[in-house]
Design a protein around this ligand. Sequence first.
Ligand code: C2E
Ligand code: CA
Ligand code: CA
Ligand code: CA
Length: 281
Amino acid sequence: AKGGRNGHFAFFDPTMDTRLHKDMVMENHLRRAAHLHEFQAYYQPLVEIDSGRLSGMEALARWHRDDGTTVPPDEFIPLAEKTGLILTIGEQVIRDACRQMCRWHADGFDHLGLSVNISSIQFQDPGLLDRIRALLDETTFPAHLLTVEITESAAMDNVGHTLSTLQSLRAMGIKIAIDDFGTGYSSLGYLKRFPVDLLKIDKSFVVDLPGDADASAIAQTIISMSRTLNIQVAAEGVETEEQYRFMKEHQCHKAQGFLFGRPMVAAAAGEFISRFRQMRT
Ligand code: C2E
Ligand code: CA
Ligand code: CA
Ligand code: CA
């Protein structure tokens, strides 16, 4: 074949046609699934390292297709963002999660927080604050137990917009976490100006701990920097006892990962919550 994959002959690449077609089919499926409310929240525990207590759950979107299969977010969020469907889907997941968390609060676990993910498209949406306010009203979920997670790169996209949006969220009593921290390019100056409650160390830095010297230096730098800025830190992707111990020794505040629990359907998450006993400290 003449013309490389990167050359301008790529316009005539027949595989591109197929990809476009696949995207269109998928978009139709997504649109129908959103209409049928096929998106729901799974829940993954977040543990407070110092006390060993369960501090809350992160809601992670899953698509339950009518053929019985479950589709993970990596397979539908990119297209959902491109088509704007993420606004509807994201709202369904947050509503689902707020309602569920209210049930757990009513069952006596009323200290548990809920973290939700907001993608850059959702974050840029001028209706975001009204949507969240309406969702809290509708579900009666207490704002101070809600944490909104935005990725570091979304936060750095348009820092003026980020600052005013985060300030409004903070004024509503909502907590703010910067997700995937360490993978973007945020400057210390912005971190200091943004009202941020929590930094989540990206799991790509945690996976090589404690053996890898670079990963260890990066994790320690993030933890000590956030201490200076008075921001809490969570480690995501904690899979081993050694990684947990590393975080404990370096006084990281929270941890999340397969070591404690995978994302679970609501029923399994409810079981998990009622069985959870303080971790060894
Ligand atoms: P994220 O917010 O960084 O979520 C963490 C991801 O790491 C989750 O993948 C989780 O299942 C996975 N994970 C958790 N613990 C471990 C571990 O110990 N080891 C490993 N290897 N992985 C772990 P998931 O559920 O597939 O979600 C992927 C991404 O999709 C999320 O990354 C988030 O950016 C996005 N996402 C998920 N739900 C939503 C949503 O409702 N709205 C939006 N806008 N984005 C969402
Ligand atoms: Ca997250
Ligand atoms: Ca993350
Ligand atoms: Ca991620």
